[in-house]
Design a protein. Sequence first.
Length: 416
Amino acid sequence: MRRRLLALVCVSASLLTGCGVMSDSAAQRRTVTVWLMQHSASQDFLDRFTEEFEREHETLDLDIRIQEWTGIGEKVQQALRGKDTDGPDVIEVGNTQVSAYAESDGLLDLTLESMRDWGRDDWLPGLAEPGRWGSQQYGIPWYAANRVVVYRKDLFRAAGVTPPKTRDEWLEITERLDTGDTQGIYLAGQDWYTLAGFIWEEGGELATERDGVWRGALDSEAALRGMDFYRRLQRLGDGPVDADEEHPPQAGVFAEGRVAQIVAVPGLVRAIVQQNPGLEDKIGYFPVPGKEAGRPGAVFTGGSDLVVPAGTDVEDAAVEVVAALTGARWNTDLARTMNYVPNKADLAGSVAGEEGLEAMAVGAARGRATPATPRWSVVEADNPIKEYMTKVLTGADPGKEAERAARRITETLAFE
């Protein structure tokens, strides 16, 4: 509509002045095309952001286009190769996807802006670290989500226990809760994202990099301690040892009413209450406990970063969009609107009063991401970690199985 109005203005002006050239302000208008993922932001948020951004940047128009996650990887790669003449200038990508796009030199290096203007050192590490490739910052943290412990307040009261402060306490209360028909915790045997947090809490890694070479690290003493804690916790319930948290969906299992705890993002509770409305006022949340009181446990942080294609012809304008969306004002607005964790720990107060979000924000301060190598997605596609977990939970030797899984990871990461 705006372009049509501008055309009418030019036609009217030409009748009066014979001008074939519009005013400077109209002639210099530019459009920034932004790709955002489906359900990442509400339409109301996008409308408010667009209206204010365009008011504050009088020569810029925003063209926000919503994308689906299915098939997005190839679509982004094609856009970065410049094969889409109407391609994006700003793209939302999963935080663990940045390295795959940066490797091909398709992204704009935003290190200077990150350090000088955007407070890079204050970003949540689970979003900031995977946004780097080498020493350069390509992905700018937008929002985060991570796992917390979702629990039944009434079952805790009946057992005379309260949310734990340490992992040892967590084991103790879960054992007390695991009685009769009630599972102390429902933890599927192949929930490897939860295992990753336990490994990081012990000081271990899924894989390590040295001189550009990656190798699996599940066989380290620290990683083995993380797996042992997982084994001890998982046995205090009836979670399947040979399936992940989606088979069957743990929301449905919890909704049946015989589970005291699960490890999940708070947003999963919506699905639980839809299936069992009677649980709505009985559900509480606490951060995944760490080894020490007052320090939450390490957790996997999911979420999104914003990137700018290196080939954009509106570079400065695209950077302005990224700065606005990831800055304190609109980032906290998005967190409140969509129940996310903001991109900086000191913005956590913006979600105060929401129990699930508060628990998530506390945990996000110790959030991590998967190894920052483009080939990690290949590891996940044929996930040896899941097989390793099942074998340990069914009695196999942890050390031998960890060595086997670590070797498979090393081979996958080294394959060209």
